[in-house]
Design a protein around this ligand. Structure first.
Ligand SMILES: [Fe+2]
Length: 562
């Protein structure tokens, strides 16, 4: 038996840990457990791996001595050296012998491994695209002046992931992820982590700025690299083309038409360059299969266009394509690096957290000071379906948590997609977030074609594609129709998540609609809940009507007395 643990140790130039830490264990080719650090220390985007490693080892009843290799990558600086890694490990208080420490020599190779080795393909093109990975060349103290991993092309074959080329890697050159970051900040958002909000906002643009470019015909970014004035660099890029959009925008709660149009332009440019790159590499290699990771692969609108506007036949994106997935990529890289044969372990689900027992739930209920009542209905699936059909909003907690940023049923807030009010209510009173942000539906896989254009794709299992909703169905499910008539949907099958499938089937029996509104179980700015106590805490601070913890239903005493 071979067991490999993956983690990442990114540090910035001042030695501060960078974001999105976690740990994962691969055992004989199978991912047996994985979790992000933020879920455990409740600090969103948290770096580090100490709590995640402890969680992974404890949940499988393992110790350091049971692990054959601990595989690490980093980000921002040059790739790790053995001495530097040993120092990081020691500083983290872990007792991992240097003989078991393995280095993944590239942040983008780790992304590539997370994509290729979770696919079912024996050969594939692999794209790793994010804001920045490791330093490739240059020795400048200022990170942005170096040549960086921005857009990397790999080729996967069996157990190997070989570098095939790079773009945007000259010194002081921006790439696709960096351009998205710059424009996100220009638009007035606080962090590049708000890129998903910009993608949602882009749907409200009309294309008034269609004549302008952020990348040239050779895919070079037209925005100058300037981390001291990113907004000024974006403005200058458009000024150079004869249009002055003014200084950095203030406030994003009620975006102006200019903010919507610039978001539209950014999204159009991202899609244009990605589509052209895929077309080029498919033509060059003859390979019509793509595995794709890095933070840019979270852009589900662009992902969908890769399937509809290029010759690609197959696309696989792992459930955590961003830097949370580094731990998984490292574990898989470390597992395959010395192997000749591939173990064809199919990633059928992302529920890679540990389940919680009835005793743990009862203990959490016992400890809460909230004035609540709890009970166990005869059928919890039927209870949830009936509550949603009655217009209630339900926090649903069951089994192991999802690995990655999407809630896929086990840590989800569920609502009625037929009521337009559901979206506004959940935005304003449950999750406390901007009113223009869309909500996703989860649909029974076997009923997909009744509601959505095209056919169900494997990446929809992980909520990574945005598909057009059939025109005649949009009035039936207004709470999950985005401004452009699409939805970032999840398909669920009876073997992928039997309980969630049963809830939606019951909802369909009651209402004739085989889908529900599904959003992650967290408040704005907080990580998704992991434990029963986290779920209770979120329930108390939100406008949820019911909380479901495995077989238990919880409500406020007032609500329960109705
Ligand atoms: Fe990355």
């Amino acid at each position: 038996m071979t067991r490999v643990v993956g983690m990442s140790v990114g540090r910035n130039r001042r030695g501060r840990p960078i974001q999105d830490g976690g740990a994962a264990i691969v055992e004989d080719g199978e991912i047996i457990v994985a979790i992000s650090e933020e879920r455990l220390n409740r600090d969103k985007y948290s770096p580090g791996f100490a709590a995640a490693l402890e969680y992974c080892l404890d949940s499988e009843d393992l110790s350091v001595s049971d692990i054959d290799a601990f595989v690490f990558s980093n980000c921002l600086g040059y790739p790790l050296t053995p001495d530097l890694l040993d120092r990081h490990v020691e500083e983290s208080g872990l007792d991992i012998p240097q003989s078991k420490q393995v280095i993944c020599d590239s942040h983008h190779r780790s992304h590539a491994a997370s994509a290729f080795f979770t696919s079912t393909f024996d050969e594939a093109l692999i794209f790793s695209i994010d804001n920045t990975g490791n330093v490739l060349r240059g020795d400048y103290g200022r990170h942005h002046l170096n040549g960086l991993e921005r857009t990397s092309i790999f080729y996967g074959d069996g157990t190997e992931v070989q570098l095939d080329g790079r773009y945007h890697d000259e010194c002081s050159e921006l790439g696709l992820g960096a351009a998205y970051k710059y424009v996100t900040l220009y638009l007035g958002f606080k962090s590049y982590k708000d890129a998903g909000k910009v993608m949602g906002l882009a749907a409200y643009g009309d294309g008034d700025l269609a004549e302008y470019r952020l990348f040239d015909d050779d895919w070079n970014c037209l925005i100058e690299s300037n981390p001291y004035d990113r907004a000024g660099a974006v403005r200058q890029c458009l000024v150079d083309q004869g249009f002055d959009p003014g200084p950095r925008k203030q406030g994003t709660d009620s975006p102006s038409s200019l903010q919507k149009e610039i978001a539209w332009l950014l999204q159009r440019e991202l899609e244009r360059v990605l589509i052209e790159m895929v077309q080029h590499h498919v033509k060059r290699t003859g390979c019509q299969t793509l595995c794709y990771a890095g933070g840019v692969a979270l852009n589900c609108v662009a992902n969908t266009k890769l399937l509809t506007e290029t010759p690609l036949k197959r696309l696989h994106i792992p459930p955590a394509p961003g830097d949370y997935g580094q731990c998984l990529g490292n574990a898989l890289y470390g597992y395959y690096i010395h192997r000749e044969n591939r173990d064809w372990t199919k990633l059928t689900h992302t529920y890679l957290g540990r389940p919680y027992s009835d005793e743990e739930i009862e203990a959490a209920l016992h400890q809460t000071s909230a004035d609540i009542v709890s009970w166990q209905p005869e059928s919890v699936e039927r209870f949830v379906a009936e509550a949603i059909a009655d217009g209630d909003i339900v926090g649903h907690f069951a089994g192991g948590s999802e690995f990655g940023p999407r809630a896929l049923g086990n840590r989800s807030i569920l609502g009625d997609p037929r009521q337009k009010d559901t979206r506004d209510y959940v935005n304003a009173s449950v999750k406390f977030r901007e009113s223009y942000r869309p909500f996703a539906p989860t649909v029974l896989k076997e009923r997909y074609t009744e509601y959505f254009e095209g056919k169900p794709r494997p990446s929809s299992k992980f909520m990574l594609l945005a598909q057009p909703i059939k025109a005649e169905k949009q009035d039936e499910i207004p709470a999950v129709v985005h401004a452009n008539g699409t939805a970032r949907l999840q398909t669920v099958s009876s073997d992928g998540n039997p309980r969630f499938h049963a809830i939606i089937s019951e909802f369909d029996r009651l209402t004739g609609t085989p889908l529900v509104l599904n959003t992650s179980f967290n408040l704005s700015g907080e990580p998704i809940v992991e434990t029963p106590s986290d779920a209770l805490s979120t329930f108390r601070r939100s406008g949820l009507d019911y909380l479901v913890l495995n077989e238990y239903v919880i409500s406020d005493r007032d609500n329960g007395d109705d």
